[in-house]
Design a binder for this molecule. Structure first.
Ligand code: NOJ
Length: 523
């Protein structure tokens, strides 16, 4: 039986502002991306996920959408988006668009109409409430209150910035509108939809305070499942389309409910992303992931980074290697050499686990979090509201040359990159790494090529092998094995026929610390 592409794809996330700038204004765009498609073809990815590219006032870097059926002029035009989809398909690369159903931009015509008249029907599309005080003490996910007062004295709910009013998903027009938006993009040739903040759509209309324990008034309310069932029916009306949820839920069983056979096809594995570089914790995370996904017949996903979280080179170079938004640890000491070594091993781990793997642009270059962006240049609203920012993982990619903009913008461009690039990235450009077998880029290229070629990596099985304390070792189907040494001492390798790929040079026959290797075992 042919496997659906989304079950074991390598999916590359494009953050369009920072991928490649075609017109020289210092902001990435579709012209730049189309010129650089060759990089993605060389990397061998199966699909790209486009972070929002819609018209937006950019209060939250495009996650504040004013029109879901067009492209922001800073990125290009709808005609260019259609051309990109065609060109990507011609290169064998599928394309996933990012839909943001929890909220719209304050500039969206619905919200403008809602503000224009107190009796406008569009008011019911949002969460307006009268009163002298905010209806409750809910906090925005970015810090600060989740309610803002309008000029007529009413309050409206925004779980993110005030420029992102939350939609009322109990309203049938909201549901109908998003079904129409999904159709628009599937008709335009999109192969999948990434669903932003997928667990937040419904709110308890009584608007109770968030309790210490007990049911949360807006995380993971039952109504979301009915919505995703209807989206699944819609997606099933097209050949081979995938729905991928951004579901941040610590409870693995509740997470898996989104992946029941009549709901979403896949969801991001943030449990894995936030897991410490620790053999027992990683093994427990992998087992838990495989078990909850198998129970609903969904493919696991393996995610190490995205545009919201600290880049893994930096995370893994700290003494505490976990990730959470509450403790971003900006400014705590980082050993970049160690972080890079571990990120290389983590790449071979995540690319050899059963399921789909995600690569966030720049991770294939080993970029680290840029933590010294001057406050005046920071753009992320989360920074302004909470003091924890995400700009450091969103810095424009270095392509070539010895100094900024490193080929991100065309030569002689008028604008400098919208966020400053560290000068040290001259050693991490695509040009500097291409052809260097010891580079991160060549590691990713080779690993993705082998992943396609190795039959074992196309099976859903994973079997743990006995190994030294502090290491992880598993087989995938007959013949393929991965060993990751997370201990402080070199370890012996299992008996094998061929070493396919190692994340760092081996120490004779031994696997050094913080190194992973792919092996073909003897029959
Ligand atoms: C999750 C997105 O990944 C993030 O970048 C955004 O700020 C929030 N959702 C709000 O849309």
């Amino acid at each position: 039986m042919a496997t659906h592409w989304w079950r074991d794809a390598v999916i590359y996330q494009i953050y369009p502002r920072s991928f490649a700038d075609g017109d020289g204004d210092g902001i990435g765009d579709l012209a730049g991306l189309r010129r650089r498609l060759g990089h993605l073809a060389d990397l061998g990815v199966d699909a790209i996920w486009m972070s929002p590219w819609y018209p937006s006032p950019m209060a939250d870097a495009g996650y504040d959408v004013a029109d879901f059926r067009d492209i922001d002029p800073v990125f290009g035009t709808m005609a260019e988006a259609r051309a990109l989809i065609r060109e990507a398909h011609a290169a064998g690369i599928r394309l996933i668009v990012d839909i943001v159903p929890n909220h719209v931009s304050a500039d969206h015509p619905w919200f403008a109409a809602a503000l224009a008249a107190p009796d406008a029907p569009e008011r019911d599309y949002f969460w307006f409430r009268p009163g002298d005080q905010a209806p409750n003490g809910w906090r925005s996910e970015f810090g600060g209150p989740a309610w803002t007062r309008t000029p007529n004295g009413d309050w409206y709910l925004h779980l993110f910035t005030p420029e992102q009013p939350d939609l009322n998903w109990d309203h049938p027009d909201v549901r109908a509108e998003f079904e129409s938006i999904l159709r628009f993009w599937f008709d335009a040739g999109a192969d999948g939809i990434r669903i932003d903040s997928a667990a937040l759509l419904f709110k308890d209309p009584a608007l109770p305070e968030v309790p210490e324990n007990g049911p949360h008034p807006y995380h993971d309310l039952a109504g979301v499942h009915e919505i995703y069932r209807s989206w699944r029916r819609l997606a099933d009306g097209y050949p081979d389309r995938a729905l991928i949820g951004e579901v941040w839920l610590p409870d693995a069983e509740r997470f898996a409910r989104y992946l029941r056979p009549d709901e979403l096809h896949a969801a991001f594995n943030f449990d894995f992303l936030g897991c410490a570089w620790d053999p027992a914790l990683l093994r427990a995370c992998i087992d838990r992931t495989l078990q909850v996904h198998a129970a609903v017949g969904a493919p696991a996903t393996w995610v190490l980074s995205n545009h919201d979280v600290t880049r893994q080179v930096t995370r893994y170079g700290r003494s505490d290697t976990t990730f959470s938004f509450a403790t971003k640890r900006e400014g705590t000491p980082v050993d970049l050499e160690l972080g890079t070594r571990r990120a290389r091993a983590a790449a071979l781990l995540s690319l050899s686990l059963p399921g789909a793997a995600y690569v966030y642009q720049g991770e294939e270059l080993g970029l680290w979090e840029h933590e010294s962006i001057p406050p005046a240049l920071r753009q992320d609203p989360m920074w302004a509201r909470s003091g924890h920012g995400r700009d450091g993982c969103r810095v424009p990619l270095p392509w070539s040359g010895d100094e900024p903009p490193f080929g991100f913008s065309p030569t002689g461009a008028a604008g400098s990159p919208w966020l400053p690039q560290p000068p040290e990235w001259k050693d991490l450009t695509v040009a500097a790494q291409s052809g260097d077998p010891s580079s991160m880029l060549e590691l990713y290229r080779t690993a993705i090529r082998l992943r396609r070629a190795e039959p074992g990596l196309h099976t859903p099985e994973l079997t743990w092998l006995p190994t030294a304390p502090g290491a992880l070792a598993y087989t995938r189907g007959p013949g393929f094995a991965c060993v990751v040494n997370l201990s402080a001492a070199p370890i012996a390798l299992p008996d094998h026929e061929t070493r396919l790929l190692a994340s760092s040079p081996l120490d004779g026959e031994l696997l050094p610390p913080d190194t992973a290797v792919w092996l073909r075992l003897r029959n």
